[in-house]
Design a protein around this ligand. Structure first.
Ligand SMILES: Cc1cc2nc3c(=O)[nH]c(=O)nc-3n(C[C@H](O)[C@H](O)[C@H](O)COP(=O)(O)OP(=O)(O)OC[C@H]3O[C@@H](n4cnc5c(N)ncnc54)[C@H](O)[C@@H]3O)c2cc1C
Ligand code: FES
Length: 287
Protein backbone atom coordinates (compact mmCIF):
# COMPACT_ATOMS: atom_id res chain seq x y z
CA UNK A 1 0.00 0.00 0.00
CA UNK A 2 1.44 3.39 -0.93
CA UNK A 3 1.82 5.99 1.78
CA UNK A 4 0.30 9.45 1.34
CA UNK A 5 2.20 12.27 2.93
CA UNK A 6 0.17 15.37 3.61
CA UNK A 7 2.21 18.57 3.72
CA UNK A 8 1.09 20.37 6.83
CA UNK A 9 3.26 23.45 6.90
CA UNK A 10 2.08 26.96 7.63
CA UNK A 11 3.84 29.97 6.16
CA UNK A 12 4.30 32.38 9.03
CA UNK A 13 6.23 34.90 6.94
CA UNK A 14 3.53 37.54 6.58
CA UNK A 15 3.70 41.34 6.45
CA UNK A 16 1.08 41.33 9.22
CA UNK A 17 3.09 39.10 11.58
CA UNK A 18 4.93 41.11 14.26
CA UNK A 19 8.54 40.31 15.06
CA UNK A 20 9.59 39.83 18.65
CA UNK A 21 11.52 42.66 20.26
CA UNK A 22 12.99 42.91 23.76
CA UNK A 23 12.49 45.95 26.01
CA UNK A 24 15.86 47.29 27.07
CA UNK A 25 14.66 50.23 29.15
CA UNK A 26 11.54 52.25 29.96
CA UNK A 27 11.92 56.01 30.48
CA UNK A 28 8.98 57.92 31.95
CA UNK A 29 9.07 61.31 30.22
CA UNK A 30 5.95 62.67 32.00
CA UNK A 31 3.13 61.27 34.18
CA UNK A 32 1.40 59.70 31.19
CA UNK A 33 4.07 59.45 28.49
CA UNK A 34 6.97 57.03 28.36
CA UNK A 35 9.72 56.01 25.95
CA UNK A 36 10.40 52.35 25.26
CA UNK A 37 14.02 51.65 24.31
CA UNK A 38 13.93 48.39 22.39
CA UNK A 39 16.42 45.93 20.97
CA UNK A 40 15.44 45.90 17.30
CA UNK A 41 13.68 42.72 16.16
CA UNK A 42 15.67 40.10 14.23
CA UNK A 43 18.81 42.15 14.67
CA UNK A 44 21.52 40.68 12.47
CA UNK A 45 23.95 43.38 13.54
CA UNK A 46 22.83 45.92 10.97
CA UNK A 47 20.08 47.19 13.25
CA UNK A 48 16.70 48.63 12.33
CA UNK A 49 16.85 50.95 9.36
CA UNK A 50 14.17 53.67 9.10
CA UNK A 51 13.53 57.19 7.87
CA UNK A 52 12.72 60.05 10.28
CA UNK A 53 8.91 60.26 10.32
CA UNK A 54 8.20 56.57 9.79
CA UNK A 55 6.15 54.52 12.26
CA UNK A 56 5.87 50.94 13.49
CA UNK A 57 2.84 48.93 14.49
CA UNK A 58 3.66 48.10 18.12
CA UNK A 59 1.96 45.02 19.55
CA UNK A 60 1.13 44.36 23.21
CA UNK A 61 0.66 40.60 23.27
CA UNK A 62 -2.88 39.47 23.98
CA UNK A 63 -4.17 43.06 23.78
CA UNK A 64 -3.62 44.57 20.33
CA UNK A 65 -1.42 46.89 18.35
CA UNK A 66 -1.10 50.63 17.73
CA UNK A 67 0.68 52.82 15.22
CA UNK A 68 3.58 54.52 17.01
CA UNK A 69 6.19 56.79 15.41
CA UNK A 70 9.84 55.95 15.78
CA UNK A 71 11.47 58.55 18.03
CA UNK A 72 15.11 57.37 18.01
CA UNK A 73 18.14 58.44 16.03
CA UNK A 74 18.25 56.82 12.54
CA UNK A 75 22.04 56.84 12.77
CA UNK A 76 21.88 54.54 15.83
CA UNK A 77 19.94 51.61 14.38
CA UNK A 78 20.82 49.20 17.20
CA UNK A 79 18.46 50.87 19.61
CA UNK A 80 14.89 51.68 18.66
CA UNK A 81 12.77 54.17 20.62
CA UNK A 82 9.02 54.70 20.75
CA UNK A 83 7.58 57.52 22.86
CA UNK A 84 4.03 56.65 23.80
CA UNK A 85 1.19 58.67 25.30
CA UNK A 86 -1.02 56.42 27.45
CA UNK A 87 -4.57 57.03 26.16
CA UNK A 88 -6.41 53.68 25.94
CA UNK A 89 -6.21 49.90 25.85
CA UNK A 90 -3.02 49.20 23.91
CA UNK A 91 -0.99 52.17 25.12
CA UNK A 92 -1.95 51.33 28.75
CA UNK A 93 -0.78 47.73 28.26
CA UNK A 94 2.48 49.01 26.76
CA UNK A 95 2.93 51.34 29.74
CA UNK A 96 3.21 48.27 31.99
CA UNK A 97 6.10 46.54 30.19
CA UNK A 98 9.44 46.23 31.97
CA UNK A 99 13.06 45.60 31.00
CA UNK A 100 13.39 42.14 29.40
CA UNK A 101 9.70 41.88 28.39
CA UNK A 102 8.75 41.02 24.81
CA UNK A 103 6.59 43.13 22.54
CA UNK A 104 5.80 42.79 18.83
CA UNK A 105 6.97 45.19 16.16
CA UNK A 106 6.16 45.39 12.48
CA UNK A 107 7.37 48.13 10.22
CA UNK A 108 8.81 50.59 9.46
CA UNK A 109 5.84 51.95 7.55
CA UNK A 110 5.01 55.14 5.71
CA UNK A 111 7.27 57.83 4.35
CA UNK A 112 9.51 60.32 6.09
CA UNK A 113 10.05 64.05 6.51
CA UNK A 114 11.52 65.79 3.42
CA UNK A 115 15.11 66.01 4.62
CA UNK A 116 16.78 65.93 1.22
CA UNK A 117 14.46 68.60 -0.16
CA UNK A 118 15.34 70.79 2.82
CA UNK A 119 19.11 70.71 2.19
CA UNK A 120 20.44 74.28 1.96
CA UNK A 121 17.28 75.75 3.50
CA UNK A 122 16.24 77.01 6.93
CA UNK A 123 14.04 74.60 8.84
CA UNK A 124 11.09 75.49 11.06
CA UNK A 125 9.94 72.60 13.24
CA UNK A 126 6.67 73.17 15.11
CA UNK A 127 5.46 70.51 17.54
CA UNK A 128 2.65 70.18 20.03
CA UNK A 129 2.61 67.56 22.83
CA UNK A 130 3.49 64.05 21.70
CA UNK A 131 4.04 65.54 18.19
CA UNK A 132 7.66 66.14 19.14
CA UNK A 133 8.26 62.35 19.10
CA UNK A 134 8.04 61.83 15.30
CA UNK A 135 10.10 64.99 14.80
CA UNK A 136 12.95 63.96 17.12
CA UNK A 137 14.61 61.69 14.50
CA UNK A 138 14.59 64.59 12.04
CA UNK A 139 16.21 66.87 14.64
CA UNK A 140 18.92 64.23 15.25
CA UNK A 141 19.53 64.05 11.49
CA UNK A 142 19.66 67.84 11.08
CA UNK A 143 22.20 68.08 13.90
CA UNK A 144 24.32 65.28 12.47
CA UNK A 145 24.32 66.97 9.06
CA UNK A 146 24.37 70.51 10.51
CA UNK A 147 26.50 72.05 7.71
CA UNK A 148 23.98 71.09 5.04
CA UNK A 149 21.14 73.18 6.50
CA UNK A 150 20.60 76.82 7.39
CA UNK A 151 18.99 78.05 10.56
CA UNK A 152 16.97 75.58 12.65
CA UNK A 153 13.95 76.91 14.54
CA UNK A 154 12.20 74.53 16.95
CA UNK A 155 8.88 75.74 18.37
CA UNK A 156 7.35 73.42 20.95
CA UNK A 157 4.21 73.61 23.06
CA UNK A 158 2.92 71.38 25.85
CA UNK A 159 0.00 71.56 28.29
CA UNK A 160 2.18 72.34 31.32
CA UNK A 161 5.89 72.32 32.29
CA UNK A 162 5.44 68.76 33.60
CA UNK A 163 4.17 67.65 30.18
CA UNK A 164 7.31 68.71 28.28
CA UNK A 165 9.06 65.81 26.55
CA UNK A 166 12.84 65.43 26.18
CA UNK A 167 13.66 68.36 28.49
CA UNK A 168 17.40 67.62 28.63
CA UNK A 169 17.68 67.37 24.88
CA UNK A 170 15.66 70.56 24.32
CA UNK A 171 18.20 72.33 26.52
CA UNK A 172 21.12 70.80 24.55
CA UNK A 173 19.56 71.68 21.18
CA UNK A 174 19.05 75.30 22.28
CA UNK A 175 22.84 75.66 22.69
CA UNK A 176 23.66 74.59 19.13
CA UNK A 177 24.87 77.27 16.72
CA UNK A 178 22.25 78.95 14.52
CA UNK A 179 19.50 77.06 16.33
CA UNK A 180 16.54 78.54 18.22
CA UNK A 181 14.46 76.44 20.59
CA UNK A 182 11.40 78.28 21.87
CA UNK A 183 9.01 76.57 24.23
CA UNK A 184 5.57 77.48 25.51
CA UNK A 185 3.05 75.86 27.86
CA UNK A 186 -0.71 76.29 28.12
CA UNK A 187 -0.54 76.61 31.90
CA UNK A 188 2.57 77.58 33.83
CA UNK A 189 3.46 76.75 37.44
CA UNK A 190 5.66 78.45 40.04
CA UNK A 191 8.82 76.97 38.45
CA UNK A 192 8.01 78.15 34.94
CA UNK A 193 9.75 81.31 33.69
CA UNK A 194 9.09 80.78 29.98
CA UNK A 195 6.28 81.60 27.59
CA UNK A 196 2.64 80.80 28.28
CA UNK A 197 0.14 80.33 25.47
CA UNK A 198 -0.33 78.39 22.27
CA UNK A 199 2.50 77.44 19.86
CA UNK A 200 1.34 79.94 17.23
CA UNK A 201 2.13 82.81 19.67
CA UNK A 202 5.81 81.86 19.40
CA UNK A 203 5.98 83.06 15.80
CA UNK A 204 6.00 86.65 17.06
CA UNK A 205 9.41 86.00 18.69
CA UNK A 206 11.17 84.82 15.54
CA UNK A 207 12.03 86.18 12.12
CA UNK A 208 11.87 83.79 9.19
CA UNK A 209 13.18 84.05 5.66
CA UNK A 210 9.94 82.75 4.21
CA UNK A 211 11.33 82.00 0.74
CA UNK A 212 14.14 79.84 2.14
CA UNK A 213 12.29 77.92 4.86
CA UNK A 214 10.83 74.42 4.94
CA UNK A 215 8.33 73.82 7.78
CA UNK A 216 7.63 70.46 9.46
CA UNK A 217 4.63 70.40 11.77
CA UNK A 218 3.22 67.70 14.06
CA UNK A 219 0.73 67.85 16.91
CA UNK A 220 -2.99 67.83 17.61
CA UNK A 221 -4.89 68.72 14.44
CA UNK A 222 -6.23 71.99 15.84
CA UNK A 223 -2.63 73.02 16.60
CA UNK A 224 -1.50 72.02 13.08
CA UNK A 225 -4.39 73.94 11.51
CA UNK A 226 -3.53 77.22 13.26
CA UNK A 227 0.22 76.68 12.80
CA UNK A 228 -0.01 76.19 9.04
CA UNK A 229 -2.25 79.26 8.78
CA UNK A 230 0.36 81.29 10.69
CA UNK A 231 3.18 79.95 8.51
CA UNK A 232 1.27 81.03 5.42
CA UNK A 233 0.60 84.47 6.92
CA UNK A 234 4.37 84.71 7.31
CA UNK A 235 4.84 84.08 3.60
CA UNK A 236 5.45 80.34 3.29
CA UNK A 237 3.61 78.70 0.42
CA UNK A 238 1.59 75.52 1.15
CA UNK A 239 4.23 73.59 -0.82
CA UNK A 240 6.88 74.55 1.75
CA UNK A 241 4.85 73.09 4.64
CA UNK A 242 4.75 69.41 5.68
CA UNK A 243 2.51 67.88 8.34
CA UNK A 244 2.20 64.40 9.83
CA UNK A 245 -1.35 63.04 9.95
CA UNK A 246 -2.88 60.50 12.36
CA UNK A 247 -5.91 58.36 11.75
CA UNK A 248 -7.05 55.09 13.32
CA UNK A 249 -5.04 52.32 11.72
CA UNK A 250 -5.40 48.56 11.57
CA UNK A 251 -3.10 47.03 8.97
CA UNK A 252 -0.60 49.87 8.46
CA UNK A 253 0.17 48.66 4.94
CA UNK A 254 -2.68 49.91 2.74
CA UNK A 255 -4.86 46.79 2.88
CA UNK A 256 -7.75 47.38 5.29
CA UNK A 257 -8.89 50.86 4.21
CA UNK A 258 -9.20 52.15 7.81
CA UNK A 259 -7.02 55.17 7.15
CA UNK A 260 -8.12 55.78 3.55
CA UNK A 261 -9.22 59.14 2.24
CA UNK A 262 -10.11 59.19 -1.46
CA UNK A 263 -7.32 57.52 -3.38
CA UNK A 264 -4.79 57.93 -0.55
CA UNK A 265 -3.92 56.01 2.59
CA UNK A 266 -2.37 57.74 5.62
CA UNK A 267 -0.35 54.59 6.40
CA UNK A 268 1.08 54.06 2.93
CA UNK A 269 1.12 57.51 1.30
CA UNK A 270 1.80 59.39 4.59
CA UNK A 271 1.87 59.91 7.45
CA UNK A 272 3.96 62.91 6.34
CA UNK A 273 2.26 64.92 3.60
CA UNK A 274 2.86 68.18 1.84
CA UNK A 275 0.13 70.53 3.07
CA UNK A 276 -1.94 70.86 -0.14
CA UNK A 277 -2.53 67.08 -0.17
CA UNK A 278 -4.27 67.01 3.23
CA UNK A 279 -5.33 70.52 4.20
CA UNK A 280 -9.00 69.64 3.62
CA UNK A 281 -8.68 66.72 6.09
CA UNK A 282 -7.48 68.70 9.09
CA UNK A 283 -9.94 68.32 11.95
CA UNK A 284 -12.09 65.85 9.99
CA UNK A 285 -11.74 62.69 12.10
CA UNK A 286 -12.82 59.87 9.80
CA UNK A 287 -13.71 60.03 6.12
C1 LIG B 1 1.10 57.27 11.98
C2 LIG B 1 0.78 57.36 13.44
C3 LIG B 1 1.80 57.61 14.34
C4 LIG B 1 1.52 57.69 15.71
N1 LIG B 1 2.56 57.92 16.57
C5 LIG B 1 2.32 57.94 17.90
C6 LIG B 1 3.39 58.12 18.82
O1 LIG B 1 4.56 58.26 18.44
N2 LIG B 1 3.09 58.11 20.13
C7 LIG B 1 1.80 57.95 20.60
O2 LIG B 1 1.59 57.96 21.81
N3 LIG B 1 0.77 57.82 19.74
C8 LIG B 1 0.99 57.79 18.41
N4 LIG B 1 -0.05 57.60 17.55
C9 LIG B 1 -1.41 57.48 18.10
C10 LIG B 1 -1.62 56.06 18.60
O3 LIG B 1 -1.65 55.16 17.50
C11 LIG B 1 -2.95 55.98 19.35
O4 LIG B 1 -2.94 56.86 20.45
C12 LIG B 1 -3.14 54.57 19.87
O5 LIG B 1 -3.43 53.72 18.79
C13 LIG B 1 -4.28 54.50 20.85
O6 LIG B 1 -4.48 53.13 21.13
P1 LIG B 1 -5.12 52.65 22.50
O7 LIG B 1 -5.56 51.24 22.31
O8 LIG B 1 -4.22 52.94 23.64
O9 LIG B 1 -6.36 53.62 22.63
P2 LIG B 1 -7.89 53.27 22.30
O10 LIG B 1 -8.41 52.49 23.44
O11 LIG B 1 -8.00 52.70 20.92
O12 LIG B 1 -8.48 54.74 22.23
C14 LIG B 1 -8.30 55.69 23.25
C15 LIG B 1 -8.60 57.09 22.72
O13 LIG B 1 -7.64 57.47 21.71
C16 LIG B 1 -8.28 57.76 20.47
N5 LIG B 1 -7.46 57.24 19.38
C17 LIG B 1 -7.17 55.95 19.10
N6 LIG B 1 -6.34 55.87 18.05
C18 LIG B 1 -6.12 57.13 17.63
C19 LIG B 1 -5.36 57.73 16.59
N7 LIG B 1 -4.63 57.02 15.73
N8 LIG B 1 -5.37 59.06 16.47
C20 LIG B 1 -6.08 59.82 17.31
N9 LIG B 1 -6.82 59.32 18.33
C21 LIG B 1 -6.84 58.01 18.48
C22 LIG B 1 -9.61 57.09 20.54
O14 LIG B 1 -10.57 57.75 19.74
C23 LIG B 1 -9.94 57.20 22.03
O15 LIG B 1 -10.46 58.47 22.34
C24 LIG B 1 0.19 57.53 16.18
C25 LIG B 1 -0.84 57.28 15.27
C26 LIG B 1 -0.55 57.21 13.93
C27 LIG B 1 -1.66 56.93 12.97
S1 FES C 1 -4.26 51.16 8.15
FE1 FES C 1 -5.10 49.72 6.79
S2 FES C 1 -5.15 50.85 4.94
FE2 FES C 1 -4.08 52.17 6.28
Amino acid sequence: MSETIIENTVDIESPMAPSLAVIRRVIWETDDTFTLLIDPPQNDGRGFSFLPGQFNMVYAFGIGESAISISSDPAKPNILAHTIHRVGTVTSALSKVRRGDLIGIRGPYGGGWPLEEAVGKDICIAAGGIGLAPLRPVIYSLIRRRDEFGRIIILYGARSPLDLLYRVELEQWSKLPNTDVIITVDRGDWTWKGYIGVVTNLFSYIKMDSRETVAMVCGPEVMMKFTVEELQRRGLTPEQIYISMERNMKCGVGLCGHCQFGPKFICKDGPVFRLPEVYHLLEKKEI
